[in-house]
Design a protein around this ligand. Structure first.
Ligand SMILES: Cc1cc2nc3c(=O)[nH]c(=O)nc-3n(C[C@H](O)[C@H](O)[C@H](O)COP(=O)(O)OP(=O)(O)OC[C@H]3O[C@@H](n4cnc5c(N)ncnc54)[C@H](O)[C@@H]3O)c2cc1C
Length: 406
């Protein structure tokens, strides 16, 4: 990173957004010897995984009936998961229908991101928000960020948009964005400790019963507040809960701000209901609330290829594969229970590079939960393990191009 003067930085690659995709992209490119700047608006990395504390990493393992946990590929996801397992003293979990995932502790996830970016030599700029872009003749020339009261211009040979909601694309007139036809519910995660010792199954029954009784006495509305337990989170009197947000969030200030307020108020109410109707919660306390609501989907890029539901369910493979996706379609319609659609056990589909690129802008890539995919396909490929693979492989592709230029 070269600070030309106080207001300009020049690098080989600028990554905007330090979630799963941006983290892997930045580490993978910097490990190959390139000068990488990673811009993150929060004061920590991890994106939805840490800001919304979604609680488990999906998309790491093949789905099958065995008791093994076979990584879908080696590389970044394997290294990340193995180090997280050591740090969190956690084990991967086999859930229903052969689904396999890794629970994690939020702090460990964050620290691992710090260590991996630090070891790879990524220049991470926290509390730095990208807000403007300059594109000339099909190339991104610079982006502008704000940090504290400073506006800084960043110039690079390649740019990676890993903001999760196609921010750079939204600012480029030549690029079209895809919008959800059917919106997927966001959620808010919180934790309780001091719960009486029980199994996850029993805990779930207590929660369902308490919610039903609250609906009967009128303190909860019929279609209000779906509450689920984060899989793998029940241990030593602690558990994490996911509160579904019963309205659409479109990344606009008004709906997102309303949802933050709604979620915190609702957590207080639901906690009181759990205490009132299930004695297992008598001594419990709210141990944390996630710093932010979790937003599953938002605007996505229209790339050179739009990944579809058929590609997912038929396990299509592509020559320009940048990720092997193993997670089924997991669709969270607002106010309804989750709907799962599976492809064959032991199989996977490819995500092509063409869905993370648009040939109208040559030096821009966009891995992560805003790739070019329709509503159903994104409901499968947005999981953390798959986003990390996309980021890693885009890092490799850019590194190769940079080396060829030199
Ligand atoms: C409620 C919920 C539950 C989920 N459960 C699971 C689960 O159990 N397992 C699983 O694997 N996946 C789960 N997911 C999906 C998964 O968490 C996300 O799809 C994935 O983490 C997305 O990663 P990403 O890097 O594409 O985007 P994000 O994680 O959204 O990262 C984007 C990053 O960009 C930063 N950013 C945005 N704008 C700017 C800007 N202007 N300037 C600088 N930085 C910016 C953000 O702060 C953020 O850090 C869940 C999602 C939700 C919402």
């Amino acid at each position: 990173m070269m600070a030309k003067n106080a207001t300009e930085i020049i690098a080989d690659v600028v990554v905007v957004g330090g979630g799963a995709a941006g983290l892997a992209a930045a580490v993978s490119t910097a490990e190959r010897g390139h000068d990488v700047v990673l811009i993150e608006k929060n004061g920590f990395l991890g994106g939805m995984a840490t800001a919304a504390n979604v609680g488990t990493i999906c998309g790491l393992f093949l789905r099958d009936d065995s008791n093994n946990f076979d990584f879908i590929c080696d590389g970044f996801i394997r290294t990340f998961a193995e180090q997280l397992i050591k740090k969190s003293n956690a084990n991967p979990v086999r859930g229903r229908d052969g689904l396999k995932f890794l629970p994690y502790e939020r702090f460990d996830f964050m620290r691992l991101c710090d260590e991996m970016t630090g070891n790879a030599g990524v220049n991470v700029l926290f509390h730095t928000t990208m807000f403007d872009i300059n594109v000339e003749e099909g190339f991104v020339q610079e982006i502008k960020v704000i940090t504290g009261s400073d506006v800084i211009s960043l110039r690079a040979k390649y740019f990676i948009d890993a903001t999760g909601f196609a921010l750079l694309g939204n600012l480029i007139s030549d690029i079209t964005l895809l919008q959800d036809e059917k919106y997927q519910a966001g959620a808010f995660v919180f934790g309780l400790d001091g719960i009486k010792k029980t199994t996850p199954h029993q805990l779930n029954l207590h929660v369902i019963k308490a919610m039903a009784l609250a609906r009967e006495d009128g303190s909860l509305k019929k279609d209000d507040s779906l509450l689920t337990i984060v899989p793998g989170s029940v241990k030593k009197g602690r558990a994490s809960f996911k509160l579904s947000i019963p309205r659409a969030l479109h990344d606009d200030i008004k709906s997102v701000s309303m949802a933050e307020l709604y979620s915190r108020e609702k957590v207080g109410k639901l906690y009181a209901i759990l205490k009132q109707y299930a004695d297992i919660f008598d001594q419990s306390k709210i141990s944390y609330v996630a710093p932010a609501i979790g937003i599953r989907t938002g605007p996505r890029y229209e790339g050179d290829f739009v990944l579809s539901k058929e590609d997912v369910l038929q396990c299509r493979k592509f020559d320009d594969e940048i990720a092997r996706a193993t997670w089924p379609i997991e669709f969270w319609e607002v106010g309804k229970k989750v709907k799962m659609e599976y492809f064959n056990k032991g199989s996977y589909y490819s995500i092509p590079l063409r869905s993370a690129r648009n040939n109208k802008v040559s030096n821009l890539y966009f891995p992560g939960r805003h790739i070019s995919a329709n509503d159903q396909a994104i409901a499968s490929c947005r999981v953390i393990g798959t986003c990390m693979q996309m980021g890693e492989n885009i890092g490799k592709i850019i590194s190769k191009k940079l080396s060829e230029h030199n």
